[in-house]
Ligand binder design. Structure first.
Ligand code: FA5
Length: 370
């Protein structure tokens, strides 16, 4: 075969290869085909054996032509092989995937809420239905609002009952949510219906039912002809609604300088059922809702005429109520950041927990100082 015949043969082999690659879809067949072309006994490979038949001055050029053809064929096979492998992998991936874009969207798993927050929302909803406004006040409070405005002058021994954290700027971490009584009276006047959920702080010896940081819900209703029976009826309804059953209540006299008369409403301990445990200090009762008729001095300090209006106020122990509702024996669990304490929405008996929106009309802030 002279040089021109050789070049023609190489051209035919390459054309044949191109046609064959275009129709081959099986990876194994492709590998076998490559061997059949460039292998020692293949159509192109066997040409190498013929190099010795050419005159010595032509052998170099013949060898180079065959080798270059061999490299072109190998490159084309490799390119086609890559294509087939990619198609194969894509097909396998699509078969393995369970994703079906035509299915309806699945609901996203909901987050959890803290038990105290869960009970707070329930209380807010219940009171909003009764026409109460949800108020907020500052945690860093003026001494006057925390004490004096509530009929607790500087030398009053009742201050010892609520020992607190004093700040260098002369303010206090509020010991209760009651200062917002005063703020609300100044803000809205009478008649008035507000509740104030919030965090309180006390310099406290910690035990199963006492924390240095805990939550209360203040309640204040001022109108004409408000009396203690209104207060007790409201307390009974509220606690039954939160606990989702009738609870046994005990009413006894209580002393708070900002109410007259003052009462303590206790709930039978839901941890031990009233038989006595560490949570209720073996008494069978949990102090949950101290309350009373707003003292005339407090009404006056808030700019309300005690001759015209009366009102009741209460300071619900929100953290303790959450303990009772969800069966926490020890209050410390609720401040410990233990994720196991969180409440799944399902445990609350509903798929969603509506949260009041920031700036909603029912939520106003009373945190201006007075
Ligand atoms: C008060 O704080 C009054 N401001 C409540 C009040 C408001 C009375 C309006 C009358 C009218 P007391 O100190 O008892 O009261 O606290 C109220 C509730 O908060 C308690 O019944 C208890 O449930 C809860 N509480 C008090 N101290 C702690 C504490 N250290 N840890 C957890 N809960 C507490």
């Amino acid at each position: 075969m002279d040089i021109s015949e050789l070049n023609q043969t190489i051209g035919e082999i390459e054309a044949d290869v191109a046609a064959k690659l275009a129709v081959t879809t099986a990876i194994d067949a492709l590998r076998g085909y490559e061997t059949a072309i460039v292998g020692k006994k293949g159509s192109l490979g066997s040409l190498i054996a013929s190099i010795k038949d050419y005159p010595p001055d032509q052998r170099g050029g013949v060898g180079q032509a065959i080798n270059e053809a061999k490299q072109r064929v190998q490159a084309k096979v490799a390119e086609r092989l890559g294509q087939l492998q990619a198609e194969h992998a894509a097909k396998e991936a699509s078969q393995a995937s369970t994703f079906d874009p035509t299915l309806p969207a699945t609901p996203r798993p909901m987050g959890s809420v803290h038990p105290v927050t869960a009970v707070q929302w329930e209380i807010e909803r219940a009171f909003e239905r009764l026409g109460f406004t949800v108020e907020a006040g500052p945690e860093m409070e003026e001494e006057y609002n925390n004490f004096e405005a509530l009929n607790i002058p500087p030398t009053h021994p009742a201050r010892d009952m609520q020992d607190t954290f004093w700040l260098k700027n002369g303010m206090v971490l509020r010991t209760h949510t009651s200062p917002v009584q005063h703020r609300s009276m100044l803000k809205f006047g009478a008649p008035l219906r507000v509740i104030v959920p919030g965090r309180c702080f006390r310099y406290e010896t910690i035990d199963a039912s006492h924390e240095n940081t805990f939550h209360q819900v203040e309640g204040l209703m001022i109108d004409r002809d408000i009396s203690i029976p209104n207060l007790i009826a409201m307390a009974r309804t509220l606690l039954a609604e939160v606990m989702q059953r009738e609870v046994e209540l005990r009413v006894r006299p209580g002393y708070f300088p900002f109410v007259e008369p003052g009462i303590e409403i206790d709930m039978n301990c839901q941890i031990c059922g009233g038989s006595g445990c560490a949570t209720c200090k073996r008494s069978g009762w949990i102090e949950i809702l101290p309350a009373g008729m707003v003292h005339p001095n407090v009404l006056r300090a808030g700019g309300i005429d005690p001759e015209e209006y009366t009102g009741f106020a209460f300071g619900l122990g929100l953290t303790r109520l959450a303990m009772m509702k969800f069966g926490f024996r020890d209050i410390r669990v609720l401040n410990a950041g233990d994720l196991r304490a969180l409440v799944s929405p399902r445990r609350l008996g509903g798929p969603t927990i509506p949260r009041r929106q920031e700036g909603a009309t029912s939520t106003a802030s009373c945190d201006s100082t007075s």
